[in-house]
Design a protein around this ligand. Structure first.
Ligand code: C2O
Length: 541
C-alpha cells in the first residue's frame, strides 16, 4: 500500500457554457476537478488550500473513514469550513472498498462545480472479478446553472421558495451538442471495435436523478458505490445523486458514433425539473461517420424502470448478515412546509416556506463548532450544541403516503438532534417516504458507512408482510439508497465506525431544507477519545 499525495487549490476560474462565461469555484482550475486514483489499501493525503472567496470543505463520498472522522468533511459536522486563505490536509486510508467513489465540496452548493472521481483499483496482484480490455475515463454527470448556484440557493433560502432548476445537465462538465452553443464542446470517448471496456459512472448532479443509456449497446452492471454486484445486463442505468455504477460494455456494433445520453427521472408530481438531455459521444474512430445514433430513454416519470433496475442489483458475494437487530429504527423522509407570517411573505406554496425532515425534525447545523469536535471535547450535549434525542421511532403512525395528512401534524420542527448508537450494534432502518408536499424518490446517503439494502417497496412499510421480502442472502451494499416515491426501503449495517456521521438526502436542495440527521457512534472510550486528537490544522469556526 502506498501513500498518495495531492494538492487541491480551490480557486475561481472563468468558464463558458451555453454561450455565457461565468466565474466558478474549482479545484486546481479544473471543472470537473482532478480524478484521484488509488489502489485498495492506499492512504491519501490531500491538502486543500482555499484561495477562493467562499468557505469550503471537501467530502470523500463513500469512503468508510474508519476512525478517521476528522477527514470526512461535511461542514459543521466533522469540521468547520476552510475559510478563504486557510488550508486543511485530509488524511485517510481507502481500504476494503473497490470500484468508483467520488469527492465533492460539502459546503452550501459548492459541489455544483467542485467535484471529481475517486477510482479504487484492486491492489496488486488482486484481480478484478470480471474481465475487460481497458478503462474509459470516469464519466461524471452534473448540472449547470447560468447563474452562480450559490446565489440560486441563497435566494431560495431567503424567500422560502424552491430554487431555480438547472439550465443544463452535463457529462464531464459539458452539456453536449443537443444544447445550443454547446456543439464544439461535447465530450468524446474513443473506443476500439471489439473491445470490452470498464465504464465508471458517477451522478454528481445536485438535484437530479438520472436515466442513462448508450445507443445500440448493452451495459453489464458489475458494481455500484464501490461494491461489486452480480453482473446484470441492461439498456438503461438509474443513478441518484451520490451514486456510482460500474459497467462493462463490449463495443460490438457497426463502427460509428453512438450517443451516451442522460435525462432526469422526476418522481415528484407537478414539480418543475430540468427536462433537458445531456449527451457525450462514443466514437469507434471510423471515418466519414453519419450523425450519432440516439438511445431511447425512459419517460421522466417512469418509476417502473427505476424499480426494475434497483431491485435487480445483487451483491456479487453471499453475505453473512447478523440476524439479531439491536436497533430497529423507523425514519420518515420527506419534504414539508413551514408556516410563514403574512409579513414574511414567503415564496413557497400558499405563502409557506419549504422545509424537509426526518421523523419531522428539520436538521439544523451548528455554526460555532463542528458536532464531532463538540462531542470530542465532552461538551456536545452539555453546552447545547446538540441534543442526543433524535426520535428514532416516531410515537404516532400515520398513513405516510396520504396527501390528506393534516399539515399541523407534519410541520417539521427545527433541531440539531443526534441518535446515539452503541459501537458494534446491528442497526436496521426502515426509510419511509412521506407525501406531505409531494411524494418523491429520495437518495439517502450515510457518511462513514456502507449498508445492505434488504428490500424496497411502495406505500406504507408493513412489518407483518414486508419483512418476508428481505434479501438476507445477497443484498447489494451501497452508501446511497433511493427510497422509492411514495414507498420505503430497509437498510442494515453494523455500527463499527465510531464518530459523528451525517445521514441525509443527496438532493442538495433537500439537505438545505433539513432532510438530514446525524448518528453519534460511541466507542466506549469517553467522548470518542479513541479517534485521537483533531489534526492541528483542523479549521475552527
Ligand atoms: Cu456526497 Cu453528505 O455527501
Amino acid at each position: 500500500a502506498e501513500e498518495q499525495r495531492h494538492e487541491f487549490v480551490i480557486q475561481e476560474a472563468s468558464v463558458r457554457r451555453l454561450c455565457k462565461a461565468r466565474s466558478i469555484v474549482t479545484a486546481n482550475g479544473q471543472y470537473p476537478g482532478p480524478a484521484v486514483e488509488v489502489s485498495e489499501g492506499d492512504s491519501l493525503v490531500v491538502s486543500v488550500v482555499n484561495n477562493a472567496t467562499y468557505n469550503i470543505t471537501i467530502h470523500w463520498h463513500g469512503v468508510r473513514q474508519m476512525r478517521t472522522g476528522w477527514a470526512d468533511g461535511p461542514e459543521f459536522v466533522t469540521q468547520c469550513p476552510i475559510r478563504p486563505g486557510q488550508s486543511y490536509t485530509y488524511r485517510f486510508t481507502v481500504a476494503a472498498q473497490e470500484g468508483t467513489l467520488w469527492w465533492h465540496a460539502h459546503s452550501s452548493w459548492l459541489r455544483a462545480t467542485v467535484y471529481g472521481a475517486l477510482v479504487i483499483r484492486p491492489r496488486d496482484p488482486v484481480p478484478y472479478p470480471f474481465e475487460f480490455h481497458g478503462e474509459i475515463a470516469p464519466i461524471m454527470f452534473g448540472e449547470w446553472w447560468d447563474m452562480n448556484p450559490i446565489d440560486v440557493i441563497r435566494t431560495a433560502t431567503r424567500t422560502g421558495a424552491a430554487p431555480n432548476i438547472s439550465d443544463a445537465l452535463t457529462v464531464n462538465g459539458q452539456p453536449g451538442d443537443l444544447y445550443s452553443c454547446s456543439s464544439q464542446d461535447t465530450t468524446v470517448f474513443a473506443v476500439k471495435s471489439g473491445e470490452t471496456n470498464l465504464l465508471r459512472f458517477i451522478n454528481a448532479a445536485l438535484n437530479t436523478e438520472l436515466f442513462v443509456s448508450l445507443a445500440g449497446h448493452t451495459m453489464t452492471v458489475v458494481g455500484a458505490d464501490a461494491s461489486y454486484t452480480k453482473p446484470y445486463n441492461t439498456s438503461v442505468l438509474v443513478l441518484g445523486p451520490g451514486q456510482t455504477t460500474d459497467v462493462l460494455v463490449t463495443f460490438d456494433q457497426p463502427p460509428g458514433q453512438y450517443y451516451l445520453a442522460a435525462r432526469a427521472y422526476a418522481s415528484a408530481q407537478g414539480v418543475p425539473f430540468d427536462n433537458t438531455t445531456t449527451t457525450a459521444i462514443f466514437d469507434y474512430g471510423a471515418s466519414g461517420t453519419a450523425s450519432p445514433s440516439m438511445p431511447t430513454l425512459p419517460a421522466y416519470n417512469d418509476t417502473a424502470t427505476v424499480t426494475a433496475f434497483t431491485t435487480s442489483l445483487c451483491n456479487l458475494h453471499a453475505v453473512e448478515l447478523p440476524s439479531v437487530v439491536d436497533e430497529d429504527l423507523f425514519f420518515t423522509v420527506g419534504v414539508g412546509l413551514f408556516n410563514c407570517s403574512a409579513a414574511q411573505n414567503c415564496g413557497g406554496p400558499n405563502g409557506t416556506r419549504f422545509a424537509a425532515s426526518m421523523n419531522n425534525v428539520s436538521f439544523v447545523l451548528p455554526s460555532t463548532v463542528s458536532l464531532l469536535q463538540a462531542h470530542y471535547q465532552g461538551d456536545g450535549a452539555a453546552n447545547g450544541v446538540f441534543t442526543a434525542d433524535f426520535p428514532a421511532n416516531p410515537p404516532v403512525q400515520f398513513d405516510y403516503t396520504a396527501q390528506n395528512v393534516s399539515r399541523g401534524l407534519w410541520q417539521p420542527v427545527p433541531g440539531t438532534r443526534l441518535y446515539k448508537l452503541k459501537y458494534g450494534s446491528v442497526v436496521q432502518i426502515v426509510l419511509q417516504g412521506t407525501n406531505i408536499f409531494a411524494g418523491e424518490n429520495h437518495p439517502i446517503h450515510i457518511h462513514g458507512y456502507d449498508f445492505y439494502i434488504l428490500a424496497e417497496g411502495f406505500s406504507n412499510f408493513d412489518a407483518s408482510t414486508d419483512t418476508a421480502k428481505f434479501n438476507l442472502h445477497d443484498p447489494p451494499m451501497r452508501n446511497t439508497v433511493g427510497v422509492p416515491v411514495n414507498g420505503w426501503a430497509v437498510i442494515r449495517f453494523v455500527a463499527d465506525n465510531p464518530g459523528v456521521w451525517l445521514m441525509h438526502c443527496h438532493l442538495d436542495v433537500h439537505i438545505t431544507w433539513g432532510l438530514a440527521m446525524a448518528f453519534l457512534v460511541e466507542d466506549g472510550v469517553g467522548e470518542l477519545q479513541s479517534l485521537g486528537a483533531p489534526p492541528p490544522d483542523l479549521p475552527i469556526c
